[in-house]
Write a protein that binds this ligand. Structure first.
Ligand code: UDX
Ligand code: ADP
Length: 460
């Protein structure tokens, strides 16, 4: 079997960047080049100051610091990297389609197809092509068609190797994965990729399957995880009207080893680039095969999640005497979860949008998200003009400034630092009554009540 000496990854985003950094760290004899069309992104990956990497992940700076320049390279020369590689990972974005057939549901595969065409045009020797991006089932077939019809006599082997890392814990997830999944048809190609991971992952955790099982497993893993969040969020609403406490219910059911205790944290709603997109994909595929009950079943997970976000915004409005017009609401957190600067599908965006419809004055503080990104997220919704977004939303780089003079604080992301604030001091600066709406169940109710806050938390 051919030894893998050079790996190229197309796409230097949240998946490609960290994954390739760890592959390079653990395989010092393999040269790994990550390429992207986005020059600014590549420049940031090459920035001498490791604080400026384009992806914020705890521990990533150390991994990049160790491997970069040794056997890890970031470049915009896509053709050169393709032509030199033995193995090519495709790790480009596959957003939900915003136009045409399947709009709002199907994955937009145009970036994947462009990659395949570029590989087909440039490759002069045999390549193993690995799908890393999350894709609808049977995408490998389309890839294969494009690659095999080039007529230049090059052999391509296609593998599916979905990524299961979670943002915020990407480096530990990569260093110590529950499993690595590799789907394919060609035993030698599969073995070549197994060997890359076997440099640090125990063999028994490297699962091999056929292509379609691997592609589908990624969607199903995310659908099951998202379903748990929607399940506990559904119960959170019931807790609020019955006097039960959702954390107590979660603990009680999670002790059952068949249910397990993870992923039972009620919240303002899940976000992130994967959960919604992958379920929409699953729903779309099911509908395509006329499996309407299957499609409806999974769609409900998203309906519940949308309800949770709306419900949180409405709770704020209703509690503040049915009007937030002109009221200053401090948003603590904008990222979709802590320890990441990623805001894709973050609940904060939708909660803010709802409050802005009511002419609230929102002041946002997030330790890792830039003002530019926050305005971009709001403008992307197209709900109101960019001028109105800038009139109604202010972004500050200090939480106390966000909270000073606020009628209410809303916690949208569970950043650890929010717990350590001097809430007594915050209270002094806020309008009275001082409302706190905790969408992450982060703060201590007894303490906040003792300080005189009107405290509302999901599921209590
Ligand atoms: C997810 C999968 O976990 C990962 O395996 C896959 O590769 C990509 O998608 P990610 O989206 O990065 O990872 O983060 P995750 O930790 O799964 O959280 C997703 C969302 O669910 C976040 O908004 C989080 O706050 C929310 N969540 C998670 C809850 O509200 N409650 C929970 O108990 C867990
Ligand atoms: P993910 O979370 O899946 O990593 P990102 O959007 O963070 O998604 O990253 C995908 C990256 O892929 C982007 O930086 C984008 O510029 C890059 N990309 C998309 N298409 C191509 C292409 N044809 N060639 C090179 N890079 C590409």
């Amino acid at each position: 079997m051919k030894e893998i000496k050079k790996i190229t990854c197309i796409g230097a985003g949240y998946v490609g960047g960290p994954t390739m950094s760890v592959i390079a760290q653990k395989n010092p004899d393999v040269e790994v080049t990550v390429v992207d069309l986005n020059h600014a992104r590549i420049a940031a990956w090459n920035d001498e100051d490791l604080d400026n990497l384009p992806v914020y992940e705890p521990g990533l700076d150390a991994v990049v610091g160790e491997a970069r320049g040794r056997n890890l390279f970031f470049s915009t020369d896509v053709d050169k990297a393709i032509s030199e590689a033995d193995m090519i990972f495709i790790s480009v974005n596959t957003p939900t389609k915003t136009y045409g057939k399947g709009k709002g549901q199907a994955a937009d595969l145009k970036f994947i197809e462009l990659c395949a065409r570029q590989i087909a045009a440039v490759a002069k020797n045999d390549k193993i092509v690995v799908e890393k991006s999350t894709l609808p089932v049977r995408t490998a077939e389309a890839l294969k068609n494009i690659l095999e019809n080039t007529g230049n006599g090059v052999n391509f082997h296609i593998l599916s190797n979905p990524e299961f890392l979670a943002e915020g814990t990407a480096v530990t997830d990569l260093h110590n994965p529950d499993r690595v999944l590799i789907g394919g048809e060609d035993a030698e190609a599969i073995e070549a990729l197994v060997n890359v991971y076997a440099a640090w992952v125990p063999r028994e955790r490297i699962l091999t399957t056929n292509l379609w099982s691997s592609e589908l497993s990624k969607l199903v893993a995310n659908a099951f995880l998202a379903q748990r969040v929607s399940s506990i969020n559904a119960i959170s609403e019931l807790c609020e009207v019955t006097g039960a406490n959702v954390d107590e219910v979660a603990r009680a059911i999670g002790q059952d080893s068949r249910i397990g205790g993870k992923f039972l944290k009620a919240s303002v709603g899940f976000g992130g680039s994967c959960f919604q997109k992958d379920i929409l994909n699953l729903v779309y595929i099911a509908r395509t095969y006329n499996l309407h009950e299957v499609a409806d079943y999974w769609e409900q997970v998203i309906i519940m999640n949308d309800h949770q976000k709306t419900r949180f915004a409405e709770k704020i409005i209703q509690t503040m005497y049915n009007t937030v017009n002109g009221k200053h609401i401090a948003f603590l957190g904008w990222a979709f979860k802590k320890d990441t600067n990623d805001t894709r599908e973050s609940a904060a965006i939708y909660v803010a949008d709802h409050l802005l419809d009511e002419e609230a004055q929102v002041v946002v503080y997030d330790p890792k998200v830039s003002a530019e990104q926050i305005y971009k997220d709001l403008d992307y919704l197209g709900t109101r003009s960019p001028e109105d977004n800038r009139r109604l939303v202010k972004v500050v780089d200090n939480a106390y400034e966000a909270l000073d003079g606020a009628h209410a604080a809303a916690i949208l992301t569970e950043w650890d630092e929010f717990k350590g604030y001097d809430w007594a001091k915050v209270k002094e600066g806020m309008k009275k009554p001082s409302f706190v709406f905790d969408g992450r169940k982060l703060l201590d109710r007894n303490e906040l009540n003792r300080l005189g806050f009107a405290y509302y938390a999901i599921g209590e």
